[in-house]
Design a protein around this ligand. Structure first.
Ligand code: SF4
Length: 401
């Protein structure tokens, strides 16, 4: 029996992350140019990097979508035709759009595929049909929808459907939010979100006998939908999207590999073994994250999806310590160090496919073959060879300080 398998769509905040995500199994990546997207703080791609990224992806049968999902003012539209013509010339696979003016401009000047951003809050069949009439080939539905509801939209509106399956969540209605504008003077609908929903707020009831309360009541837990994958497959959702263009290479690689392997396993076996599921969940738990929730993927999200805790960016158990630049019997494993690690640390090399390689860094050498007890960032170090390690594999360490 053959199963429908959704595309794994990974975030790529830089050319490096694009390559990492694709090498680790992503079928497609979404990237931002220097303008018109909603992540002004991400590194974003220059015109040359976009071209290089598309070539890299197409050589490996992967796709590249460019995010143009900012809500634009008239003066912002002036430069858009030239930009979208350039995207068509370099053979971008689709653009992700939310503003009607941008949809019209793209359709007038190019034949690019148009994907409607989650910012447009598509929640029903009629809305999807209207976008289709305007030239859209795919809708990225609002995060308030369940997989079942999204399947109905796909069947009845007759266009592709993409859904978020993993990553940080926006507590506002698919991101149409003004908290950031009022608290920080930064417009989240034009790329300036300051994550103001993550702050602690107090509620003053204005009553003598009732004290004000302080809480992080607007902060959402992070989405994790791996256990809902059979539902995505059953409803034939075309693309599962991982949030996080501003997150690390380690995040892009781990997410792409885990979701791709889970889908491949299902395609080959028609089920998920519980021990495999525990292993994939453990992988997803190794990157920095808030507590996980399935949000509205199955039932409507309730209070249990609120993350009522202070943000802590150092809560991840495993840190990226670099990547493999060479691996062979003769050369050993040469690592370009990103974050320092020590002799005796437990390391994990993440192969592009298959089981994680676990090694203890008992013997670390410099390139001049001098023993090292503590590595330094931005240097090359050598470890004994371990079968299965390959060039560009990511390396992580537990509790490295
Ligand atoms: S402040 Fe929070 S709710 Fe508002 S856009 Fe940013 S992440 Fe979303």
């Amino acid at each position: 029996m053959s199963y429908f398998v959704p595309e794994v769509l990974a975030p790529a905040g830089s050319l490096d992350k694009l390559k990492v995500a694709i090498l680790y199994g992503a079928d497609a990546v979404y990237v931002g140019g220097q303008k018109f997207g909603l992540r002004t703080a991400a590194e974003n791609f220059t015109l040359e990097e976009l071209k290089e990224g598309v070539n890299f992806a197409h050589e490996r049968n992967a796709k590249v979508y460019v995010v143009l999902n900012s809500f634009l003012h008239d003066k912002d539209l002036d430069e858009l035709p030239d930009f979208v013509r350039y995207l068509e010339e370099i053979k971008i696979d689709a653009v992700i759009v939310s503003d009607l003016g941008v949809v019209k401009t793209v359709a007038e000047h190019t034949k690019l595929h148009i994907h409607i951003s989650t910012q447009a809050s598509v929640l029903n069949v009629e809305s999807a049909k209207l976008w289709k009439k305007m030239g859209a080939t795919r809708v990225i539905v609002g995060r308030e929808l369940s997989v079942k509801e999204s399947g109905i939209i796909k069947r009845e509106a007759g266009l592709e459907v993409e859904m978020f399956i993993h990553g940080s969540m926006c507590m506002a209605y698919s991101g149409n939010c003004v908290i950031s504008n009022f608290t920080q003077g930064r417009d989240s609908n034009r790329g300036g979100c300051a994550h103001s929903c993550r702050f602690e707020y107090s509620i003053d009831f204005g009553l003598k006998d009732k004290e004000s309360i302080k809480a992080y009541f607007m902060s959402s837990k992070d989405l994790e939908g791996i256990r809902v994958l059979p539902e995505f497959i059953k409803e034939e959702i075309d693309s599962i999207k991982i949030e996080g263009r501003m997150k690390s290479n380690l995040y892009a690689g781990t997410m792409s590999k885990t979701y791709k392997e889970a889908l491949d396993y299902y395609r080959d076996n028609g089920d998920f073994l519980s021990e495999k599921m525990l292993m994939w969940e453990s992988e997803l738990g190794k990157v920095s994250h808030r507590d996980y929730t399935e949000a509205s993927l199955v039932d409507k999200a309730g209070d249990s999806s609120i993350y009522n805790e202070r943000e802590n960016s150092n809560d991840n158990e495993w840190k990226s310590i670099g990547h493999v630049v060479e691996a062979s019997d003769k050369a050993g494993i040469i690592i370009e160090v990103r974050n320092a690690f020590n002799q005796g640390d437990e390391l994990e090399i993440i192969p592009f496919k298959g089981e994680i390689l676990k090694i203890t860094a008992n013997e670390i050498m410099s390139m001049m073959m001098n023993p090292i007890t503590r590595t330094k960032p931005s240097t090359l170090v050598k470890l004994p060879y371990h079968r299965g390690a390959e060039r560009f594999n990511l390396v992580r360490a537990k509790g490295s300080k």
